[in-house]
Design a protein around this ligand. Structure first.
Ligand code: NAD
Ligand code: DAU
Length: 354
């Protein structure tokens, strides 16, 4: 049995990853370390409460003594590092926590991993650092997609903090020989995504008959990746990747934000019996995000060739499945729309005129 540390396993991708691993790697014992910020929800794993293959620890990746104790107790074979502050708009409104969690937290985790490897030099250990395509900055419409050698050029406090964390991870490989793999992926969507991000925000605003705030002209392009494909890629990177290497993971589904929102409108009208096109009428163009990257696109060739990755979901089908998940999980939705969530929505959108 392998003991695997998943950080941030109560957030969106971490939750999906733990569910994926309990199904596809049932011989792994997963230890989820999560600080349960506004983005973390322990109820996501309620069905695993009596599962001996799952352990939850409430704590922070910034807590060095806790990390040491966890490594000593579980002798981890691998780390999947998801824990982060992840929302670009929040990083613009309040960047400091992004430095603390994404940079200092990653540093503390690297130190704990290195101390473990030094104590157990023969251990077969690997640290998978889950990063983002945003570290590469913005593309023009005709630019080639990001490869693993595209220079880093982050725009937001969030992407700067992720870029810094990537550099620390690579430095711990080059300087200390810590076995690491870095993955940089595009925009994920799927079940359990916190409704501050574009896709769930739009689904829920349609349900609640609110306006649909599209930044600027809605021409920014993202490369949408279904979260299950991402989880599959991460297991492949852990098992088939080479230490010190980066793998770019994309969905191959470039869409403008307006295209995404209009598709959600049409699917929602169809599923909920709204009059045709009625949701599109709620689209409202609002003040653009400062430093808003125009386009992200991933060239996944290296991941395809070296770790056997291939996205197996198409955007329309997986988006439809995602909407269905939100429609049948309204209890989950309402439980995460807490006072803190309402406060963010008020402070961010009510000061953002059309
Ligand atoms: P999320 O915001 O949904 O979840 C983050 C999780 O980390 C939460 O459960 C939160 O409680 C936890 N956390 C925060 N600070 C912590 C700390 N100090 N110690 C322990 N846990 C802490 O994020 P997500 O969308 O699931 O993203 C996961 C990772 O994937 C992040 O590193 C993010 O940068 C990266 N990523 C996300 C996307 C995307 O589209 N969502 C795309 C590319 C990369
Ligand atoms: O590219 C990977 C990144 O994708 C991850 O690293 C981040 O953690 C994740 O949050 C996501 O970042 P984005 O900024 O691209 O995601 P978000 O859902 O916030 O926004 C997607 C696009 O939609 C972006 O161009 C901004 C726009 N948008 C977003 C919101 C919340 C709107 O037009 N209106 C909105 O209300």
């Amino acid at each position: 049995m392998k003991h695997i540390l998943v950080t941030g396993g109560s957030g969106f991708i971490g939750t999906n990853f733990i569910h994926y691993v309990r199904t596809h790697r049932p011989d792994w014992h997963v230890v989820n370390l999560d600080a349960l910020t506004y983005a973390g929800n322990p109820a996501n794993h309620r069905h695993l409460e009596n599962d001996p293959g799952y352990t939850f620890i409430h704590g922070s990746i910034c807590d060095a003594p806790l990390l040491k104790q966890m490594f000593d107790t579980y002798q981890f074979d691998g780390v999947f590092h998801f824990a982060a502050e992840s929302h670009v708009d929040r990083s613009i409104a309040g960047p400091e926590v992004f430095v603390n969690t994404n940079v200092t937290g990653t540093f503390r985790l690297l130190e704990a991993g290195l101390a473990h490897v030094r104590k157990h030099p023969d251990a077969d250990f690997r640290f998978v650092h889950v990063s983002t395509d945003e570290v590469y900055g913005s593309l023009y419409p005709d630019d080639p997609a990001f490869t693993e050698t595209t220079p880093y050029d982050p725009s937001s406090p969030y992407s700067a903090s992720k870029a810094a964390s990537d550099h620390f991870v690579k430095a711990w490989y080059r300087t200390y020989g810590l076995p690491v793999v870095v993955t940089n992926c595009s925009n994920n969507y799927g079940p359990f995504q916190f409704p501050e991000k574009l896709i769930p925000l739009m689904i829920l605003n349609i349900l609640d008959k609110k306006s649909l705030p599209v930044y600027g002209k809605g021409i920014n392009v993202r490369d949408w990746l279904y979260v299950a494909d991402h989880c599959d890629a991460l297991v492949r990177a852990f098992e088939n990747g080479e230490n010190g290497e980066t793998y770019n993971i994309g969905g191959g589904e470039e869409k403008t934000n307006l295209e995404v929102v209009e598709t959600i409108c049409d699917l929602m009208d169809d599923k909920t019996g709204n009059p045709e096109s009625s949701s599109r009428e709620r689209i409202t163009f609002v003040t653009d995000r400062p430093g808003h990257d125009l386009r992200y696109a991933i060239n996944p060739d290296k991941a395809v060739e070296k770790i056997g990755y291939k996205a197996s979901h198409t955007f329309e089908q997986a988006l439809s499945a995602t909407i269905d998940w939100y429609l049948v999980n309204m209890d989950w939705v309402r439980s995460v729309q807490t006072g803190a969530y309402q406060e963010w929505i008020r402070s961010h959108y009510e000061s953002s005129p059309s």
